[in-house]
Design a protein around this ligand. Structure first.
Ligand code: ZN
Ligand code: MN
Length: 475
């Protein structure tokens, strides 16, 4: 029997706020000694009163607007109850019935998927398992989290990855979070069930997968579950609502909890926080703060700069990259094509190689434009430009200066070129004879020798012309 998966996601991202969601403790807990960033509120001590963080709420609303959500003017924080050692209050302050944002859409390459809600909540403490003991670090307790929940509109592991990458890209464009899966500022969970291919009803169960620390883990775990669930249904078994964890080493999912429904959490409005009211003007001003998003930037690059789809995709991958290109294109409108080739090729390759972002290097748009111009007017060879690029990225020194420092400009003096070519011809009588005897590879050898004398700074076209002239005039 043929089965198709029905997949949705829940993504948690940590917005970059200075303080935690409901107290004044710093939200920058990464690397801090355990339990040094706490107060009665985030430790859940009796009587402590939470006050919502405005910046956190704005980040949530910003993401909601970017995803085309309806922004609710009246929202509620609610208590989500469950017992676990990382949750000192016995409940998490979250949102349930009236979240900040509802009914959005995430546009993928070939389809759009529905975003059910974008809401705000608080993070839990962190458990550290050491041998038979478990330690608790409350530094993360109460740190803001934005949760994005999709409808089950995804139909394959690839599509799910595409959706999560796109969501991450939008979050980073908005600059509301680093959305880094390795550091835990973006955490993905997926829910998956399977149904007979060709049917349209939602399956009567769904399996949630947790512990997904990379896009790779997302894809692998979905593949594993499609296989496991399809086999079970084919064998006549029935599947239940359950939560499973992904075991990265064994590449399997393992059951964690079964049969958990929303009513198990006994949600009710947080009595210590009044409803949050957002005026139309406040929503409007948040909307105004949203920059051009990747889809719009890509469309504009194709239209304005006549880039190919592929180049426009690469150059709008990050906002850094897009801003850089815009600036370079403004500086050198006649070099747009060359700049795009360098950026989507060599620059991107260097960044990926060292796992860097463009802004973390010292490369300025003006410097890249100068480099591209030097190649274009043959002041330096493309090979030299490639060698200068890493130094420019590291030091921020302009190409003009580097060309002078390293003495790497192309030898333009015809007299000097002539002299070097003659010398090489004289010193390599055998190669010359071979060439005359019809062995064409002897020509490449001679060209190589000449470039060696010129330390690679000769314009190959001109050298070849001079060499051929000299060879034909040799008796
Ligand atoms: Zn605190
Ligand atoms: Mn959550």
């Amino acid at each position: 029997m043929n089965f198709e998966p029905v997949i949705g996601f829940e993504v948690h991202v940590e917005p970059t706020t200075q303080s935690k969601m409901f107290c004044r403790c710093s939200a920058q807990y990464f690397g801090a000694p355990p339990n040094t960033i706490t107060c009665p509120i985030c430790l859940g001590l009796p009587g402590a009163l939470p006050v919502p963080n405005r910046v956190g709420i704005e980040a949530c609303v910003k993401l909601g607007i970017a995803l085309g959500c309806q922004i609710n003017e009246r929202s509620l924080f609610e208590r989500k109850h469950y017992f676990y050692p990382d949750l000192p209050k016995g409940f998490q302050i979250s949102q349930y019935k009236s979240p900040f944002c509802t009914n959005g859409v995430l546009k993928l390459n070939k389809k759009s998927i529905r975003v059910n809600r974008v809401h705000m909540e608080e993070d839990t403490a962190k458990l550290l398992h050491q041998g038979t003991e478990t330690l608790i670090d409350f530094n993360r307790s109460g740190v803001p989290l934005i949760e994005v929940v999709s409808d089950p509109d995804l139909r394959s592991p690839d599509e799910t990855k595409e959706a999560l990458v796109k969501l991450q890209q939008i979050i980073r464009y908005l600059n509301v979070s680093f959305a880094d899966m390795e550091k835990g500022t973006m955490r993905c969970e997926v829910n998956i069930s399977v149904r007979k291919a060709g049917t349209n009803v939602l399956p009567p169960y769904r399996v949630e997968i947790k512990n997904l620390n990379s896009f790779r883990a997302v894809e692998d775990s979905i593949r594993y579950e499609i296989n496991r669930q399809s086999k079970a249904l084919s064998a006549g078994e029935s599947l239940n609502q359950e939560t499973r964890g992904w075991d990265e080493h064994k590449k399997v999912t393992v059951i964690q909890r079964s049969k958990e429904e929303a009513h198990d959490y006994r949600y009710f409005p947080e009595p210590d926080i009044p409803p949050v009211l957002l005026s139309k003007d406040e929503i409007k001003s948040i909307r105004k703060s949203i920059p051009e998003l990747p889809d719009d930037a890509r469309a504009r690059f194709i239209e304005q700069y006549k880039l190919t789809d592929a180049d426009a995709n690469l150059l709008t991958e990050t906002k850094d990259m897009a801003d850089f290109f815009d600036e370079a294109a403004t500086l050198a409108p006649d070099q747009i094509r060359a700049v795009s080739v360098w950026m989507s090729g060599e620059v991107r390759r260097r960044l990926n190689e060292k796992n860097l972002t463009l802004v973390s290097t010292k490369l300025a748009p003006a410097a890249l434009v100068e480099l591209v111009t030097f190649v274009n007017d043959k002041t330096i060879t493309p090979a030299t430009a490639k060698e200068l690029l890493p130094e420019m990225m590291e030091s921020g020194i302009m190409p003009q200066k580097l060309v002078e420092q390293h003495g790497v400009s192309v030898v333009r003096d015809t007299g000097q070129l002539d002299e070097v070519v003659r010398k090489v011809v004289e010193q390599n009588a055998k190669a010359v004879a071979d060439y005359k005897a019809g062995k064409t590879q002897a020509l490449s050898f001679l060209l190589g020798q000449i470039q060696r004398e010129l330390k690679g700074q000769g314009d190959t076209g001109r050298i070849k012309k001079i060499l051929l002239q000299i060879l034909t005039h040799l008796a």
